[in-house]
Write a protein that binds this ligand. Structure first.
Ligand code: AMP
Ligand code: GLY
Length: 426
């Protein structure tokens, strides 16, 4: 079959790398892709939210299936657009319907969903300009720290952890009255702060059945030792030594299965990946957030650990036959380290040539491009997170050390990466 993959990050390069290995994949297209995905298939110069142009690209290239990487097209309804369009309704879209994508698109929707289906999560209240005074009262009496979240998509910036009531009140005012996060913050979720260790759990669901994929941990802060500003993710590791069978069993019973049953009960069509951002509080899992897609850079460690044919998994998803499949995972440890542009997550330059990519040492690791393009036969940077190196090892620290070594063989002006990914593990 012919497949169109939507997106342009490291997650999409990892997907493209895996899809291109399948004997079931005839032609692979990536829209818009990057210099790395161009090595796995054909990049199409179409933006991820241009549904009309994506549909005509599908028709002219006889695409049978679409895999959507980022959340924005899902939240904007790409699934429904293809399904309700005569020319494209035969194309299977891997991802949730617009209504189900609200699990990520609206934090208030996700909280109400969890409450309705008894899924453990932090206690919360939701407020708009209409009940502003009630919000102020709620905040005044709240324990600290307190978490404020813009309801809508805010490029990962809409969550504030406030250490004092004064800070919380001031941020609350900025969000609801000054629209600090634009329309995304017209509704604010105020939430109890959860203690524990964060982890990411992923499933692929066909709406009825699900497959549990390898778990991962993502390193969000820019600085070593988890310091400094938040980023899209500076690295990831898998598997996690503290995640044992008993914990996974609990996650399945009290989180994953009630989520899938809840989607079905609420008639929310969902055939795709669900990303559960969890807090493990002494063995008790709670949901911090849902994402309606895979994570980045988590995909760059999860996908290399899956031995199954990915296209086979996606076909079983569309045919609601995931119960017939068993996931086969590589038990080795994996660490992905992200190389970013100097200045990221603040201002940075782009268009900088990346040198050393053809070094033969890279054959012992996987190199995924996150923000690159080819310009006059040269690979140049196009964004903040530029490249990801994923390595295997007997332990997480061995895998991470290998990825660090690989990144030392690369150069672009301003290159920075965290050399402590996986620091808390052996
Ligand atoms: P989110 O966009 O919901 O993933 O939130 C971004 C980050 O904020 C999460 O990855 C957590 O590190 C942190 N966070 C969000 N909600 C909470 C909470 N209720 N308690 C503690 N940390 C939180
Ligand atoms: N790495 C976190 C995310 O993809 O949302």
């Amino acid at each position: 079959m012919n497949i169109l993959l939507i997106g342009s990050g490291g997650r999409e390069h990892a997907f493209a790398w895996k899809l291109s290995q399948s004997k079931l994949c005839n032609k692979l297209f990536i829209a818009p892709g990057n210099a790395g995905t161009a090595l796995c298939g054909t990049n199409l110069p179409v933006a991820v939210n241009d549904f009309e142009l994506l549909a005509s690209a599908c028709t002219s290239n006889q695409v049978d299936m679409i895999l959507v990487g980022p959340e924005e097209p899902l939240v904007k309804g790409i699934y429904d657009f293809f399904k309700n369009n005569e020319a494209t309704k035969h194309i299977a879209v891997i991802g949730p319907s617009k209504a189900a994508a609200q699990l990520e698109g609206s934090k208030a929707f996700a909280k109400a969903f969890m409450k309705r289906h008894n899924i453990p999560t932090a206690a919360y209240g939701e407020f708009t300009a209409e009940n502003y005074a009630a919000g102020v009262e709620y905040l005044k009496g709240h324990s600290l720290p307190v978490v404020l979240k813009a309801d809508g998509l805010a490029s990962g910036k809409g969550v504030l952890i406030c250490k004092s009531n004064l800070e919380a009140l001031s941020e609350f005012e900025l969000m609801l009255h000054q629209l600090k996060f634009g329309d995304a913050g017209k509704k604010v979720v105020v939430e109890e702060f959860l203690n524990g260790i964060e982890l990411s759990i992923f499933v692929l669901t066909d709406g009825e059945n699900y497959l549990l994929l390898p778990e991962a941990k993502d390193y969000k802060r820019i600085g070593e030792g988890d310091t400094g500003l938040n980023t899209g993710g500076m690295g990831a590791v898998s598997p996690l030594p503290f995640v044992d069978e008993a914990f996974l069993q609990k996650v399945k019973e009290i989180i994953i299965e009630p989520t899938i049953a809840g989607l079905k009960k609420d008639q929310l069509e969902y055939k795709g990946f669900i990303f559960f951002g969890l807090m493990n509080d002494n063995g008790e899992p709670k949901v911090i957030e849902y994402n309606c897609r895979m994570g980045d850079p988590e995909t760059e460690v999860v996908i290399p650990r899956i031995k199954n044919d990915l296209v086979e998994l996606l076909i079983a998803t569309t045919q609601q036959k995931l119960h017939e499949i068993t996931i086969d995972t590589d038990n080795r440890s994996v660490a992905a380290v992200v190389a970013v542009s100097g200045g990221y997550p603040g201002d940075f330059k782009t268009g900088i040539p990346v040198l050393g990519l053809d070094n033969e040492v890279f054959q012992s690791s996987l190199m995924f491009h996150s923000a690159t393009k080819i310009k006059k036969d040269e690979v140049v940077t196009t964004g903040g997170r530029v490249l990801v190196v994923t390595s295997f090892g007997n332990t997480i620290s061995e895998a991470a050390e290998h990825s660090n070594y690989m990144l030392e063989q690369l150069y672009f002006e301003g290159i920075y990466f965290r050399s402590d990914i996986g620091y808390e593990f052996e």
